[in-house]
Design a protein around this ligand. Structure first.
Ligand SMILES: [Cu+2]
Length: 469
């Protein structure tokens, strides 16, 4: 055999070895994910990997007078006197301990939206805990299993308590993520303010119930109607948008900025797409990666909401002078390459259907799931680790952002047409007369609320629960 042939054989053997090793490595990597018996894998883990680090926070809910904007002072409910409440920032693996005290004139709880907590920490009265009475305390303790953007709010008289200002964010940082110039949260809310500058205290009106809940006339970001984010030319920003509104949906428009969607409901996306046009329903979060072009020095960019025909200002990004220019951090988008597509799921049968509708009663309107008003109605049972296909059939003409506690799911189809969203969610907007199929591999045991996140719809019955066994 001549030298040339030998070299070719060595090259071929090396190539085969490399292929085998990289296959084995990918199999090993895949094991971090959970795979259901029928082959649907999810890129989140079954267990939390607690490092032993405990991050402790003291939170008190109380009645507070809060100035939203000039001439607007509301009789609010706040966490630690602030709107939003304190941002709890931890690292994946940390244990969160919240010493909570209720100084409100009414009972309350805290629900950790999107966080896969132990069932007893989920904050749902009648399902996971008793309401916390005025003057009482409760310790919430859990180790988040997923990094991402989450939020917390009460689950008692929610339409009133959230509208009065009870909400905050929980940011679970992924130590593997690159370092942005700034990591900023924008908590978006709307308020119904009277002509005299006070909060309209008519909650759960028949009009709100018959429509898409309570939509306000003043929009705030981080409790301010004039939120401004100062950046330097060249900075790369991670902007986390959280919709805490009772009913309003926002479609953020980032104007001339190149805004890349990197996470939805805390979960990383499989591939980057534009964040423009994302429908951010109540409960939803998006993480957006924005590089500020150096040529934007001295400019102000207005981020708007284009969901309705009236264009609203959300907040502004104010770019500093040319002299402050920094080099743009250069790294790959922190996304997930292991979100499986589940395209075969369109052939799976529907395991459970929820028909969403309204019913007229003597006193007004109630919202139903399968004809029942909470707490009536069947509790669906699902097996832990088994793929399940759930259908939401909206018989009404109104919006229903459906939120499942303690789970992530994937949208499979809308009105029977295949939808291959490249990410998991915990809240999906079901439009009027629309049918939405979602797939889910539940890993977290317990009884979990499943409800519409239009808080007035939930308040008037559109709540049920599932049990994961
Ligand atoms: Cu609804």
């Amino acid at each position: 055999m001549n030298t040339k042939k030998k070299r070719i054989i060595i090259l071929i053997v090396a190539a085969i070895l490399w292929l085998v090793l990289s296959y084995l490595y990918s199999v090993e990597k895949e094991k971090k994910n959970y795979e259901s018996d029928n082959g649907y894998s999810v890129n989140y883990s079954e267990a939390s990997n607690a490092t032993g680090v405990v991050k402790e926070f003291d939170i008190t809910a109380s009645q507070t007078t809060y100035a939203l904007a000039e001439g607007i002072e509301i009789d609010g409910f706040t966490y630690n006197g602030e709107v939003p409440g304190p941002e709890l920032r931890v690292e994946l693996g940390d244990t969160v301990r919240v010493n909570f005290t209720n100084d409100l004139p009414q009972e309350t709880t805290i629900h950790w939206h999107g966080v896969r907590v132990p069932n007893a920490m989920d904050g749902v009265p009648g399902v996971t805990q008793d309401p916390i009475q005025p003057g009482e305390s409760f310790v919430y303790e859990f180790t988040p299993k997923d990094a991402g953007t989450f939020w917390y709010h009460p689950h008692v008289r929610t339409s009133e308590q959230v509208e009065r200002g009870l909400y905050g964010t929980l940011i679970v940082e992924d130590p593997a993520d690159p370092e942005y110039s700034q990591d900023v949260t924008w908590v978006v809310d709307d308020w119904r303010i009277t002509e005299t500058g006070e909060l309209n205290e008519a909650f759960n009106t028949n009009h709100d119930l018959m429509h898409d809940g309570r939509w306000g006339n003043v929009i705030t970001v981080n409790g301010s109607s004039d939120e401004q984010l100062s950046v330097k030319p060249g900075e790369r920003i991670r902007l986390r948008l959280v919709n805490v509104s009772n009913g309003r949906v926002y479609t953020p428009d980032f104007s001339r900025l190149d805004a890349a969607l990197i996470a939805v409901d805390g979960m990383k996306v499989a591939g980057v797409m534009s964040a423009n046009g994302f429908e951010l329903a109540p409960g939803n979060r998006i993480d957006v990666d924005i590089s500020i072009p150096q040529t934007y020095a001295g400019k102000t960019i207005v981020i708007t909401d284009t969901y309705t025909r009236n264009i609203n200002t959300l907040g502004k990004i104010v770019v500093g002078d040319m002299g402050d220019t920094v080099a743009t951090p250069d790294f790959e988008y922190p996304i997930a390459t292991d979100v499986s597509s589940w395209v075969n799921a369109t052939n799976e049968p529907v395991d459970y259907e929820y028909v969403l509708d309204a019913e007229r009663t003597d006193t007004g309107i109630v919202w139903t799931m399968n004809g029942e008003v909470y707490p009536n109605g069947e509790i669906a049972e699902f097996e832990k680790g088994e793929f399940v296909k759930i259908r939401f059939t909206n018989n009404s003409g109104r919006l229903h952002p459906m939120h499942l506690h303690g789970q992530f799911f994937k949208v499979l189809a809308k009105d029977g047409a295949l939808v291959n969203e490249g990410y998991l969610r915990d809240t999906v907007l079901v439009n009027g007369k629309e049918t939405v199929d979602v797939g889910m591999v539940p890993l977290d045991e317990g009884t979990w609320a499943n409800h519409c996140h239009i808080l007035e719809h939930a308040e008037s019955g559109m709540v049920t629960a599932i049990t994961v066994k």
